[in-house]
Ligand binder design. Structure first.
Ligand code: ZN
Ligand code: ZN
Length: 241
């Protein structure tokens, strides 16, 4: 049975449509036995999203609370077919974990080629770590081309457990994407996308699907403490025992 030691896509009240505080989320992560929590608020153009000062001031929060390492991140919006984002590289470069996603209020679904070119643009941005909920059926793209290219650009593909049954087409699309990650050896991260503390670490749907397709455990970056800690050290220079 695969298990996860990190949840790297979570929201707090700062996002405007989530219902717990950072402290509540960290406590929930601790109670679930997680070792890392990525706090990744929505940015810029999402209604009531955090101001950029929120992201630049995150250093006031300790690196570790309740035995959980905090990853200071964001979920940045993709806003156009070239993969433009709604936060500057300067701000993103100060963060430890950047997920780029497509959201209805910000980026109206375009078409297959438009979504594909948007993702290809995102891949070329060195500030982005993770492709967020790519299984969303409203933004279908050329899965094979983009997933294969993730290897070249060193990106991680999110398997978003909340998407299953919530974002249209996701159950099937996430499976297709995961099979391509397996085929091309692309790392994935399993996340909850929690908007309330009780969902922190809720990865059941994603893990069940990955087990069904016999997905290699070593490609799940947050399935092993050392593997994940080393990845974060590589990205941030922070050292973890
Ligand atoms: Zn949200
Ligand atoms: Zn999202």
């Amino acid at each position: 049975m695969i298990h996860t030691i990190a949840d790297t896509h979570t929201h707090t009240v700062v996002s405007g449509h989530a219902y717990s505080t950072l402290t509540e989320n960290l406590k929930a992560a601790s109670e679930r036995g997680l070792r890392f929590l990525g706090s990744t608020e929505h940015t810029g153009l999402m209604p009531h999203a955090a101001h950029e000062y929120y992201f630049t001031n995150m250093g006031v929060v300790p690196d570790e609370l309740f035995g959980v390492h905090l990853l200071r991140g964001c979920e940045v919006n993709i806003i156009g077919n070239d993969g433009e984002l709604d936060v500057s590289d300067k701000i993103l470069s100060k963060l430890e974990w950047v997920i780029a996603s497509m959201h209805i209020p910000v980026y109206q679904p375009s078409d297959f080629d438009g979504h594909t070119s948007a993702w290809m643009g995102v891949l070329k941005n060195p500030q982005v770590d993770v492709l967020g909920h790519p299984g969303d059926g409203r933004y279908v793209f050329d899965y094979e081309t983009v997933i294969k290219a993730c290897g070249e650009y060193g990106k991680i593909v999110e398997i978003n457990s909340h998407s299953f049954g919530n974002r249209p087409g996701s159950t099937e699309n996430c499976r297709t994407i995961a099979l391509l990650c397996k085929k091309y050896g692309i790392p994935v991260v399993v996340n909850s996308d929690a908007h309330f503390w009780a969902s922190i670490g809720e990865h059941t749907n994603a893990l069940r699907m990955l087990e069904e397709i016999d997905f290699p455990e070593e490609l799940i970056v947050n399935a092993d403490y050392r593997r994940f800690a080393d990845l974060i050290t590589e990205k941030t220079g922070r050292i973890f025992e």
